[in-house]
Design a protein around this ligand. Structure first.
Ligand code: UD1
Length: 416
């Protein structure tokens, strides 16, 4: 779809405003299916993942309209999805399962698609629904779930973000008390819990490893503004750490970015928490050790942009990816720019500090695409980042505009 042309950037200057978090907006959109009353999501980012989830939710009878940046939703005539094609294309579509089951007593999902960054099974989502009382069967390649939901204790073998969200939503309308043990602790989980509570749900403990949900008979409509996107902010911070400079990431919340900020500071970048956002100054000049983990560990979604930084930081950096098993696809493209990266299973060794040069590279997934754009900022000459499958627009609202505001010479060459 799009190709981005990036020329060697001078040090970054000025400020960019961080958009609303994709990973908060998607579950909060799905939560609108839990009520027949109108819901409004403020400052919704214009992302193709949002469009795709809206397409799926419309096919469930949900009315959805944009009013500038506000997304208005009303699911007063909810049904099973007539068109489940979006499910095959986007993993987050699994998030409609809990709400459908809770409202209709039945749900049907196909195995979800999305970025090819690992196996990404949905066993924990299914396990959660079963614990809440759903019967699960396989029919025509679909997973069908049915039953009246009741409170239950669910232990997650892994603190899955999506499974925690799905169970929280379903349990909100179940009878009795539910408990999620080893729940994900990401800021987006707290955001969803806050939104559900404004809808009349009784969720406590979000942000800790144990979440308690006291089911209620019905939820009401809500007007909600989700949190700013920590991954977008982190990506722009990485671009600054490569080109140097002094930027304000307006709206970025440093409390959501601690792991990244510590790592940038260890490598020589100055970060200053300001009331209006996060100021990032200077370049990475020391090698970086990164081990991805669930929150509050280093986010897997920033592993690829941070690897771009490591390509420029002199010395040998060591990265270990523990969340997804196939998330180094950017390494081969970074090598095209002249980076020295060896990958052995889940570990990547990056010999940084050599000059990188512009080349034609291709995006394999969303965050890999972001990493290539970030790396291109420091490469000599022109880099062409090709994104034939539109991965970058799934998660970054007009990334070229945010970078242009910071002084990066970047152009979108092909129509979106
Ligand atoms: C969410 C984020 C994604 C981020 C990821 C990890 C959204 C829309 N997406 O994805 O950007 O990269 O968290 O921070 O919020 N797993 C299982 N069984 C399951 C579910 C997950 O084994 O049923 C495994 C996955 O394969 C993966 C790990 O758990 O290895 C984490 O996945 P999960 O937290 O569920 O990621 P998502 O919610 O899909």
């Amino acid at each position: 779809m799009a190709t981005f042309q990036v020329h060697t950037s001078p040090p970054l200057r000025g400020e960019a405003t961080i958009h609303t978090a994709k990973n908060s907006v998607l579950p909060i959109l799905a939560a609108a299916l839990l009520t027949n009353e109108p819901c409004s999501i403020l400052a919704t980012p214009k992302l193709t993942d949002v469009d795709m989830l809206c397409e799926l939710m419309r096919s469930c009878g949900c009315q959805i309209d944009w009013d500038q940046e506000t997304l208005n939703l009303r699911a007063d005539d909810l049904c099973l999805p007539a068109n489940d094609d979006p499910m095959r294309r986007m993993r987050a579509s699994i998030l409609i399962m809990g709400p459908l089951l809770a409202r209709l007593g039945v749900a049907r999902v196909t195995l979800p698609g999305g970025c090819a960054i690992g196996q990404r099974p949905i066993d924990l989502h299914i396990k959660g629904m079963q614990a809440l009382g759903a019967a699960v069967s396989l029919r025509d390649g679909h997973i069908e779930l049915s039953g009246r939901l009741h409170g239950a204790a669910v232990y997650l073998d892994m603190p899955s973000v999506g499974a925690t969200e799905n169970i929280m939503m379903a349990a909100s309308l179940a009878s009795g008390v539910s408990r999620i043990e080893n729940a994900a602790k990401e800021p987006e989980i707290i955001d969803l819990a806050q939104c559900l509570n404004m809808m009349g749900a009784r969720v406590s403990g979000a942000g800790s490893g144990t979440i308690i949900i006291q089911g209620v008979p019905r939820l009401r409509g809500v007007q909600y503004q989700p949190i700013p996107d920590r991954i977008e902010a982190g990506t722009l911070a990485c671009a600054t750490a490569i080109a140097g400079g002094n930027v304000l990431l307006r709206g970025a919340r440093s409390e959501h970015l601690r792991a990244l900020l510590f790592k940038l500071q260890e490598s020589g970048v100055i970060v200053i928490e300001q009331r209006e956002g996060l100021r990032v100054r200077g370049k990475a000049v020391q090698p970086i050790t990164v081990r991805t983990m669930s929150y509050p560990g280093f986010p897997t979604d920033l592993q690829a942009p941070m690897m771009a930084v490591a390509c420029y930081a002199p010395g040998t950096s060591v990265f270990t990816e523990t969340v997804f098993e196939n998330r180094y696809m950017h390494a081969s493209e970074l090598r095209r720019l002249g980076a020295s990266i060896r990958v052995e299973d889940r570990v990547a060794l990056i010999d940084g500090g050599a000059e990188l040069h512009g080349s034609r590279v291709i995006c394999s997934d969303l965050r890999a695409g972001a990493a290539l754009i970030v790396a291109a900022v420091g490469a000599r000459g022109d880099t062409y980042v090709e994104d034939p499958n539109g991965h970058i627009d799934r998660g970054y609202e007009r990334i070229e505009e945010s970078l242009t505001e910071l002084g990066v010479p970047i152009k979108r060459l092909t129509a979106d």
